[in-house]
Design a protein around this ligand. Structure first.
Ligand SMILES: [Zn+2]
Length: 300
């Protein structure tokens, strides 16, 4: 079963030395937004409790080529207190999905450096058992491809503290390097965004408010130049419209969610296809018209 036919095509990037960052990933041709640039199965996975001996045993079972890939991975300063296997795993592993306790080691994916305004989205595609890396924007040739490690939607001080604590580096990405007044504006946007994220789950009986807030959240992400999380907000707005039984608005929000989701998952992901089917017929949503009375909500 070929879930991702492009995975076997030549990769549109190469792994190179990036000054000041060790290894990094650079595009070898123009890459379009929504293009799957890498789909990779983990060398192995581990849970939150991962003693050195159990990781060493997993590595010992790998082929010699995979062992070489493992031992060539870097170790971040905060992980040097662990044994060589745990240290490499903690430095390089990615969680298998949002809020997952299981993490996987992706030897090529581990070469992507972090940016707080990444040009590549990553996510765990459960059906394929792979981590997918998708271009969020059109990327010119010879451009570094970046992903986020964590804390993308926090104020700068929180993002930097997290990266310093867990990976031992001070982020100097374009968003962290803004002028002080721009940083203040960015931080305010992220604080407002956090409030919106907290409020939305409480508003499903008030679809007009919910959609209005989701729309405000989308504007904040757009101003911030962030793509991760945008499709989820448009989906929240879709749900508000669906609860209210506003078919026209629901269709428009599902269509908007698809446009945004392409930049996070590409068109081949299962979650994208589910969104596409809701855009074709929003009344397929399992809680369609949940509020019982038809109400109008804002359009995108
Ligand atoms: Zn940064």
């Amino acid at each position: 079963m070929a879930l991702n036919p492009r995975a076997s095509a030549p990769r549109p990037f190469k792994v190179v030395d990036v000054p000041g960052k060790g290894k990094g990933v650079v595009s070898t041709r123009a890459i379009q937004a929504g293009e799957l640039v890498l789909a990779e199965k983990p060398l192995f996975t581990a849970g939150l409790v991962r003693p050195e001996a159990s990781l060493a045993a997993k590595v010992a079972q790998l082929s010699s080529v995979d062992q070489l890939a493992f031992y060539s991975l870097s170790i971040a300063p905060p992980s040097t207190c662990y044994g060589p296997h745990r240290a490499r795993f903690d430095t390089n592993a990615l969680p298998l999905g949002e809020d997952a306790t299981e993490a996987g080691l992706f030897p090529v994916g581990a070469r992507f450096n972090h940016s707080c305004r990444p040009n590549v989205s990553r996510f765990w595609e459960e059906a394929a058992g792979e981590e997918w890396f998708v271009a969020s924007v059109n990327i010119p040739p010879s451009t570094e491809l970046t992903i986020y490690y964590n804390a993308l939607d926090s104020p700068r001080a929180e993002r930097q503290a997290y990266l310093l604590r867990t990976l031992g580096f001070k982020c100097t990405c374009e968003r962290c390097d803004l002028a002080p007044d721009e940083v203040e504006k960015s931080d305010q946007r992220m604080r407002f965004y956090a409030q919106i994220e907290a409020l939305i789950p409480t508003l499903f009986a008030e679809p007009h408010k919910l959609v209005t807030l989701a729309k405000a959240g989308l504007n904040l992400l757009a101003e911030e130049g962030l793509h991760t999380g945008a499709a989820a907000l448009a989906y929240d707005a879709f749900q508000g419209a669906a609860f209210a039984g506003d078919k026209e608005a629901a269709k428009a929000w599902a269509t908007r969610a698809c446009e945004l989701k392409v930049r996070e998952t590409g068109r081949e992901a299962g979650s994208y296809k589910r969104m596409e089917s809701l855009a074709a017929d929003p009344t397929r949503y399992n809680a369609w018209g949940f509020l019982g009375v038809k109400r109008q909500v804002p359009r995108p």
